[in-house]
Design a protein around this ligand. Structure first.
Ligand code: ADP
Ligand code: ADP
Ligand code: MG
Length: 480
């Protein structure tokens, strides 16, 4: 591929462009009318406006994107994550138009895009699964019977759900009918598919996922795990690799299970197999994400690989150049998703102009950034500004590098998750590695952050006063 089009925006578009440049591949960016000045547009070799701000009129418009690729003679399309990345129809259309979809085949996307179909596809490989139904539920009485059998609390999930959406915890029998009705209607409106099912609600799980990479010749490897247990709204905010609780034996077992999941759908490219790990270290298959994952940089740090470059190679039909036994984990990496969200106000999106935007620097720090100073953060898209990633030979070193990087990251104009990150990375439960997916609910309150911010403001005020007085003294010294 001499040239590719990136059907995305923000940090992931920038990330893909950077790898393409390193590989000598020319890049075409697409953008909506509000993204004219965006970083990904500035960095690409070429850029094409594909429509108005609402994603449905631009970044989700398959035909306009394919037309842009043809007009610019791009050979392949990288979908990033979100938007059209897990859309089987899009993947198929791209291929039908003689272009390479940098991702798996449309069939794999379709199977894994439906959590029930995914469970069915992997069932022949004996992958452990959360107890629950293997079919969509419509009958309330049947749902009650099943829930009683597996035991409350249960989780109602949308088969087509994603991004942490479409899940409802049900604590007791009498709440089930109402919650089922709501879940079905929500799933219908959010995903255009009302199929819901029930899973046992694992009370104290950790979210552990395995990165896989497969070529078109049947070779599949796994690139170890990432732990993503720190979540808000069932969505990740902090990730790390490796997990602090996996033994090498469990890692191999989960890795082998993930490779089998990929095999079950003839997977090609980069993918992630998500599991829950319970208190007794039993793991259960959750779903497979058929794309590059937001948190892939932590895997790149500990393996020394460029996952996007590998995606390009396997998409072109090249064989994987490394084998499972060549891979090893080196050091530890942490990631904070820097969202324009207000952690002191329920993590609600924070919109506005980036009045100040200064990134931290350093050897063991990487920022996958998608925005620039002066830019508007709008309501139209996901509020992810960047990802802050730190590395160290040990977890403690990575933590210390992360805390320093957070202090060196300066944003004014919108609220961000940076102060929340500081809270997480200095919290004893996170530092000790003893935490689960309820970390935020258990330990985080808005007050903690407000108190922390107040203390910091006081220190800053005292420092300013100190410097002022010191300077004054110097100024007045000669006179004395
Ligand atoms: P990851 O597992 O890669 O961390 P997330 O669940 O955080 O993925 O989602 C990544 C991005 O994709 C986010 O921008 C999220 O809003 C979006 N996303 C994922 N699945 C869906 C979906 N089914 N519908 C809409 N957006 C989704
Ligand atoms: P999505 O497609 O939205 O990413 P997932 O099935 O991957 O949905 O689940 C997202 C998160 O929801 C998990 O990381 C976990 O925190 C929580 N979750 C999902 N299923 C269960 C379960 N059965 N028990 C407890 N928590 C769950
Ligand atoms: Mg998931």
């Amino acid at each position: 591929m001499e040239k590719i089009l990136i059907a995305n925006r923000g940090e992931i578009a920038v990330r893909v462009i950077q790898s393409a440049k390193k590989q000598g591949i020319k890049t075409v960016a697409v953008f909506s009318e509000v993204d004219r000045e965006a970083l990904h547009v500035q960095l690409a070799d070429q850029a094409i406006c594909i429509g108005e701000a609402p994603a449905s009129k631009s970044y989700l418009d398959m035909d306009k994107i394919i037309k842009a690729a043809k007009e610019t003679h791009a050979k392949g399309i990288h979908p990033g994550y979100g938007f059209l990345s897990e859309n089987a129809v899009f993947a198929q259309k791209v291929e039908e138009n003689g272009l390479i979809f940098i991702g798996p085949g449309s069939e794999a996307i379709q199977i894994m895009g439906d959590k029930l179909a995914a469970k069915e596809a992997v069932s022949k490989y004996n992958i452990p699964m959360v107890p629950g139904t293997d079919r969509a539920l419509t009958d309330i009485d049947k749902a009650i019977d099943i829930a009683k059998e597996i035991g409350f609390p249960v989780l109602i999930k949308a088969a087509a759900g994603g991004g942490g959406k479409g899940m409802r915890i049900v604590e007791e029998e009498k709440a089930l009918p109402e919650q089922m009705k709501r879940a079905i209607s929500e799933a219908t409106s959010a995903f255009g598919n009302g199929a819901v099912f029930i899973e046992k609600y694992i009370t104290s799980p950790r979210h552990i996922e395995i990165q896989v990479m497969a070529d078109k010749h049947g070779n599949i490897i796994h690139l170890f795990e990432r732990e993503c247990s720190v979540q808000r709204r069932h969505q990740k905010v902090v990730e790390e690799a490796p997990s602090s609780v996996l033994t090498s034996e469990l890692r191999s077992k989960m890795g082998a299970a993930a490779v089998n999941v990929a095999k079950a759908c003839n997977y090609v490219g980069a993918g992630t197999v998500e599991f829950l790990l319970d208190e007794h270290k039993n793991f259960y298959f959750l779903e497979m994400n058929t794309r590059l994952q937001v948190e892939h940089p932590v895997t790149e740090f500990i393996t020394g690989l460029d996952l996007v470059a590998m995606q390009f190679k396997v998409a072109e039909g090249k064989k994987l150049s490394i084998k499972q036994e060549d891979l090893s984990i080196n050091g530890h990496a942490l990631e904070l998703r820097v969202y324009a969200e207000d952690p002191t106000n329920n993590f609600l999106p924070s919109i506005g102009t980036l009045l100040k935007y200064k990134l931290p620097k350093g050897n063991n720090v990487r920022v996958d950034n998608g925005v620039i100073e002066g830019q508007e953060v709008s309501i139209y898209y996901d509020p992810l500004l960047s990802k802050l990633i730190s590395y160290g030979q040990t977890r403690a070193e990575a933590l210390s590098n992360m805390l320093k990087a957070i202090d060196d990251y300066h944003v004014q104009g919108v609220a961000t998750t940076l102060p929340f990150g500081k809270f997480v990375f200095s919290h004893p439960a996170f530092v000790s590695g003893n935490f689960d997916t309820h970390f935020v609910k258990k330990y985080f309150t808005e007050d903690v952050l407000l108190k922390q911010q107040k203390q910091e403001a006081e220190i800053a005020a005292k420092m300013a006063l100190y410097h002022y007085l010191k300077e004054k003294k110097i100024l007045t010294l000669p006179k004395i």
